[in-house]
Design a protein around this ligand. Sequence first.
Ligand SMILES: NC(=O)C1=CN([C@@H]2O[C@H](COP(=O)(O)OP(=O)(O)OC[C@H]3O[C@@H](n4cnc5c(N)ncnc54)[C@H](OP(=O)(O)O)[C@@H]3O)[C@@H](O)[C@H]2O)C=CC1
Ligand SMILES: CC(=O)N[C@@H](CCC(=O)OP(=O)(O)O)C(=O)O
Length: 347
Amino acid sequence: MQRIKTAIVGASGYTGQELLRLLLVHPNVDLVAATSRQEAGKPLSAVFPRFRKLPGADLAFIEPDPDAIAATGAQAAFLALPHGVAAEIASALLQRGLKVIDLSADFRLRDAAVYQEFYDHPHPAPALLDQAVYGLPEIRAEEIKAASLIASPGCYPTSILLPLIPLVKAGLLDPDTIVANSMSGVSGAGRKADISLLFCECNESARAYGLPKHRHLSEIEQELSLAAGGKVIITFIPHLIPVNSGIATTTTAKIRAGVSLEAIGQALEAAYADAPFVRLLGAGICADTKNVTRTNFIDIGWHLDARTGRVILTSAEDNLGKGAGSQAVQSFNLIFGLGETAGLQTA
Ligand SMILES: NC(=O)C1=CN([C@@H]2O[C@H](COP(=O)(O)OP(=O)(O)OC[C@H]3O[C@@H](n4cnc5c(N)ncnc54)[C@H](OP(=O)(O)O)[C@@H]3O)[C@@H](O)[C@H]2O)C=CC1
Ligand SMILES: CC(=O)N[C@@H](CCC(=O)OP(=O)(O)O)C(=O)O
């Protein structure tokens, strides 16, 4: 059986831990490096007792040094690093011949000026933007298979784009009327000390934030514009809710005249007939995060509001799963010619 020597850079954060959870038991992976500046020198199993007795869990964290990572023989590296930091390490690892699957936003945007507008600093490696592939496997599988650099999508964008893209492509709705409301668990903000993320600030409370121009609008609008064949601008309203992980998104848009509920269902069924991780719940059913946490599934349901002429799409995913770690593994599987579901069939 093919086994790929693999590294996780930024393995002590939330998406890094999700990658550890998946890759330590992935049938085609030999985990050869896991980095953390704070935990360097300590075995994975000592830092994260949940991994004790798993094969490979005695591996010690190393510093995020590209030469040290390449010296392990790694053929692929997942980057679970902050924006800005990821681009520099990606560049160094690509030069050393590794395939790079980047979970940060550094390579998601085709235009460096849009990156600067939304991320408030110049792009750290604009020369690499042309070779990066936006890693939504249900939309770009063929490009992903040929790529050396994957820009894995953001968590909110995944939950918004997968229900919308088939409907926008088929011309069933008016893209300029799209409004997406999302609710995310607190792990979406990363494993960092921040007063607004403390238990007492988040628990038993819910709030919108990042208005009116959350940075994920940049990639959502980029991908919807590509699907529509013209510039699309939408309204996006993220909310923080008191759960560890999970994203529930409700998206509405005006349908074109004469579009039926059946036509919406048929467009989604046609787009995702062969997609192992998209579960179409059907008309009249609402997606629920409890069915997708710790999985790579995204669940999608739909309604038609005849009074307003709007479609209502509901979607649910795990922000650390389909929204980050397991979606990145799905791209890795495609790059290395493995079964798309390898190591991801969890319920
Ligand atoms: N959380 C989520 O739901 C999602 C996150 N993402 C993206 O994935 C990336 C990782 O997110 P997340 O896991 O939440 O982040 P965390 O803050 O939880 O973890 C960040 C990791 O990067 C390491 N790190 C931080 N700064 C540096 C640095 N300067 N040099 C080297 N290593 C560094 C940290 O370890 P140490 O400090 O020990 O070195 C840690 O392992 C981010 O770009 C995020 O935007 C994408 C989709 C969803
Ligand atoms: C709850 C929460 O704070 N979520 C994060 C999004 C996490 C994510 O997907 O982010 P990247 O684009 O950074 O990869 C936020 O709104 O900034």
